[in-house]
Design a protein around this ligand. Structure first.
Ligand code: ADP
Length: 282
C-alpha cells in the first residue's frame, strides 16, 4: 500500500485535512483541485468502514456536546446541483440522535425573508448551545447564485464577503464552531447524476429543469465559488474543498474532519453536585 493510503486509514485527520483545507488568505486554486482524488481513499470498502466508525464517534461526541450545553457546531454544505449535499447529511450524520441535529435547507428566499437583510434567516437557524446545525446551502448563496444571476446590485454583493466574514467571526466568538465544506464535482459527473434523475422514476422528483439553466452557467458558478473560497476562508471559519465525484470518498473525508473538529472541541459531560451512591432506587 502506498504511503498516502496510510494517511487516511491511520485516522491522522489533520494530515487528511491539510489536503482539503483552504488556508486563510491563500488562493484556493479551485480549477486545479481534482474532484476525484483517488490517492486519498483508494479503497471503497475501507472508506465505508471508516465512515461507519466516524459516524458512531460523531454521535458519541454530539451526546457530550448536548450534555455540556456550552457550545455548538455549525456545518455548512455548499456545492452545485447534484454535488451531494443531501447525501452528505444522510451519510455522515445518520448515526446521530435526531434531537441533537438540526438541518436547514436554504432555498429561494420567501417574501418575508426578502424584506430582511440576507443574513436574517440564516442567523435564526444557527445552532443553540448543545446542538449541531447543518446548513444545506447557506448565506453563501447570496454571493453565488445571487451574483451569477445578478439578483442584487454588484456593489451590494461586493460588500457581502466582508459582512459574511464578520458574521461568522461573531458566531465563533460566541461559542459556535463553524466547519464549511464545498462539495467539488466535475461537470461530467454532474451530467451523469442529472441523467440518472431522468432515467430513474424514483429520482424524477429530484429533477428540476432549472438545474439545466444553472449547468449552462457552470463557468460562472465556478468563478463565483473560487471567489468565495479565496475571500471567505478565514482562521475562524476555514473552507474545505471536498473531492466529491465519489460519494463514499466524500462522506469518509467529511466524517473524518467533523469527527476531528468535535474531538478538538472536546465537549465534557457536566460535573454533578451529587454522587450516585447518595441515592438508592427502591
Ligand atoms: P436543492 O437544489 O438544494 O436540492 P431546491 O431545489 O429547493 O434545493 O433549490 C434551492 C434553490 O434555491 C437553488 O437553486 C438555490 O440556488 C436557490 N437559492 C438558495 N438561496 C438563495 C438566495 N439567497 N437567493 C436566490 N436563490 C437562492
Amino acid at each position: 500500500m502506498l504511503p498516502y493510503c496510510r494517511i487516511a486509514f491511520s485516522m491522522d485527520w489533520k494530515t487528511l485535512d491539510a489536503e482539503v483545507l483552504v488556508e486563510a488568505g491563500a488562493k484556493s486554486a479551485l480549477s486545479q483541485r481534482d474532484p476525484l482524488r483517488e490517492d486519498l481513499f483508494p479503497d471503497k470498502d475501507e472508506a465505508k468502514a471508516l465512515l461507519a466508525t466516524c459516524a458512531e464517534a460523531i454521535d458519541a461526541l454530539q451526546d457530550r456536546l448536548y450534555a455540556e450545553q456550552k457550545r455548538s457546531l455549525l456545518v455548512i454544505l455548499q456545492g452545485i446541483d447534484t454535488s451531494g449535499k443531501d447525501g452528505t447529511v444522510r451519510g455522515v450524520f445518520n448515526a446521530c440522535g435526531p434531537l441533537g441535529v438540526n438541518v436547514t435547507a436554504f432555498g429561494q428566499p420567501n417574501e418575508l425573508e426578502l424584506k430582511h437583510d440576507y443574513l436574517w434567516r440564516v442567523h435564526q437557524a444557527t445552532p443553540r448551545r448543545g446542538l449541531i446545525a447543518i446548513f444545506n446551502r447557506s448565506h453563501y448563496e447570496d454571493v453565488l447564485v445571487v451574483k451569477v444571476k445578478g439578483l442584487a446590485p454588484a456593489a451590494a454583493i461586493e460588500r457581502r464577503y466582508a459582512q459574511i466574514n464578520a458574521f461568522e467571526h461573531h458566531l465563533t466568538e460566541n461559542g459556535v464552531t463553524i466547519v464549511k465544506f464545498m462539495l467539488h464535482i466535475s461537470k461530467d459527473e454532474q451530467r451523469k447524476r442529472l441523467q440518472k434523475r431522468l432515467d430513474d422514476p424514483a429520482k424524477h422528483w429530484k429533477f428540476n429543469p432549472g438545474d439545466l439553466e444553472d449547468r449552462a452557467l457552470w463557468d460562472d458558478f465556478a468563478a463565483a465559488y473560487e471567489t468565495v473560497l479565496d475571500r471567505c476562508s478565514t482562521e475562524h471559519a476555514p473552507w474545505r474543498v471536498i473531492p466529491a465525484d465519489k460519494k463514499w470518498r466524500r462522506n469518509a473525508i467529511i466524517a473524518s474532519v467533523v469527527r476531528g473538529v468535535l474531538e478538538e472541541m472536546d465537549p465534557q459531560y457536566p460535573a454533578m453536585s451529587w454522587k450516585p451512591e447518595d441515592f438508592a432506587i427502591e
